[in-house]
Ligand binder design. Structure first.
Ligand SMILES: C[S@@+](CC[C@H](N)C(=O)[O-])C[C@H]1O[C@@H](n2cnc3c(N)ncnc32)[C@H](O)[C@@H]1O
Length: 239
């Protein structure tokens, strides 16, 4: 293998896998995303080539990975969370395979459950939610989410990349029939020392969480209240 797609985990540098960390420590080139923790980038050998993703387009990243692979270097492509969860890791693998370069995926801890979990929200809870729907809110301004379907789907809804469109997403869900009083939370920079959590209902979360910035997840469903009841200081905790 020459190119490894490694999941960096959700933010806390301690949440990378042991295998991923070993690969960073021995790589010859490290191509990394903005969401990857600085502490992980610092683990690369002093003489390793460091390439931040920064503002590069996906096609440019693919080309860089192919070029480094063709040079026979041991390359780590470090991606936030898990490379195959809204990470375009599969596009990079396709490009590498098309160029005949050996590559492998090292899965990571995705923010899907790690970010709500770190903030005290279980995405499933027996008797409350046995189903999780995960969507990208990235293009929500383009209206490409199936809101009628989402409003009818029971269980927990987790929205990635939706923080810029919270107002649009929540009002569309309500317009499609989801209860405005459903518990909702936004967790920003989850698992890091900067983690912030705002709890509200579906009809007020956009306003209440307006100050939170990406990366953030919107979590909608009764599990939000379950988590709240388990938190220290909550009035729902009984002695
Ligand atoms: C391009 S996606 C990458 C997801 C990543 N591959 C994963 O498995 O977590 C980026 C989005 O993931 C979510 N995200 C990633 N890390 C997060 C964190 N520490 N706290 C909150 N949301 C996070 C946000 O919705 C962010 O906009």
């Amino acid at each position: 293998v020459t190119v490894w797609l490694v999941g960096a985990g959700p933010g806390d540098p301690g949440l990378i896998t042991a295998k991923g960390l070993d690969l960073i420590r021995t790589c010859e080139a490290l191509v990394y995303d903005v969401l990857a923790a600085d502490e992980l980038v610092a683990e690369a050998p002093d003489d390793a080539l460091l390439i931040p993703r920064a503002k590069l387009k996906q096609a440019e990243i693919n080309a860089i990975l192919v070029e480094l692979g063709e040079q026979g270097l041991e390359v780590v492509r470090l991606k936030g969370g898990d490379p195959f969860v809204f990470g375009r890791g599969s596009e990079e693998i396709e490009a590498l395979r098309a160029a005949g370069i050996a590559c492998e995926v090292v899965p990571g801890v995705s923010s899907i459950s790690a970010v709500p979990g770190s903030a005290g929200i279980p995405i499933t809870h027996r008797g409350v939610s046995a189903q999780v729907t995960v969507v990208s809110g990235h293009s929500a301004d383009g209206g490409d989410l199936d809101y009628d379907h989402l409003a009818r789907t029971p269980g927990t809804l987790v929205v990635f990349m939706g923080v810029a469109h919270l107002n649009r997403i929540t009002s569309q869900l309500i317009a499609a029939g989801m209860a405005p009083t459903r518990p909702a939370a936004v967790v920003a920079r989850g698992t890091t020392v900067h983690e912030e959590r705002v709890d509200a209902t579906l009809d007020s979360i956009a306003q209440d969480a307006a100050d939170l910035r990406s990366p953030a997840l919107l979590i909608v469903g009764e599990v939000v209240a379950v988590g709240a009841a388990q938190r220290p200081g909550s009035s729902a905790i009984t002695a």
